[in-house]
Design a protein around this ligand. Structure first.
Ligand SMILES: [Zn+2]
Length: 222
């Protein structure tokens, strides 16, 4: 195994049932990775998570040791399958594109507003300038982003359900359900098993809804 450039606090995942299940899941789903690692979770409070790092063929899978301690081998597999679901459905790249598109749209709206006298007068400002336009825009934009947030939450939930469905089909929904229950119980503040996803979205479906969806998938497949 390539351990060159191994980060501090990381060690390769030792042989055993978890390693066997991970290997099998990766080959089943055609996921290329450059090693599976365990990270000392005490460096990051009690959060039980798994994530990917790197790009292309240099991707590495990292489990927090707390996750491996809290979950059974089947549950670890199901959590990883959920992460793979995000990857396979290109959720991360979609998140990047969405936020880039929203920034561009914001700048376009700003450029348009700047050219209109009513933008200034409507907000009680007499003289128009780029400087004033920026200040006014920063002041009024929360009103618009407020109305956008339900749409963003909807996208986020949709992605979570897609990743859950992927995991249910690859590893069985009931293992993900029991993993979710354990993780929610252990980390009251972490409402999702993946940290990577929370970097882009801060809204996640409640556990109860995810569990109901997973049970429906399992019953449908039975
Ligand atoms: Zn997720």
């Amino acid at each position: 195994m390539n351990t060159g450039g191994l980060r501090r606090g990381w060690r390769p995942l030792e042989e055993g049932e978890v390693a066997e299940r991970v290997k099998s899941l990766l080959s089943r789903t055609g996921f290329q990775s450059n090693g599976v690692y365990v990270m000392d979770g005490s460096r990051r409070s009690g959060h039980g998570n798994a994530y990917f790092t790197g790009f292309g063929n240099n991707k590495r899978i990292v489990f927090f040791d707390t996750l491996l301690k809290q979950l059974s081998a089947e549950q670890v597999e199901a959590v990883l399958a959920h992460e793979l679901g995000h990857f396979k459905k290109r959720h991360i790249i979609k998140g990047f594109i969405l936020s880039a598109a929203m920034s561009l749209a914001g700048f376009a709206i700003l450029a348009w507003l700047m050219k209109n006298a009513w933008f200034y007068t409507g907000l009680g400002v007499e003289q128009s300038s780029t400087y004033m336009a920026l200040i006014l825009f920063v002041l009024i934009s929360p009103a618009f982003t407020y109305f956008l947030s339900p749409a963003l939450s909807w996208v986020s939930r949709k992605h979570e359900f897609e990743a859950d469905a992927f995991a249910a089909n690859q590893s069985g929904g009931r293992h993900l359900v029991s993993a979710l229950i354990t993780l929610y119980r252990e980390n009251a503040s972490t409402l999702t098993p993946d940290a990577l996803h929370s970097l882009f979205y801060d809204s996640h479906p409640p556990a109860s809804i995810r569990i109901r969806h997973l049970e429906e998938i399992d019953h449908g497949a039975a």
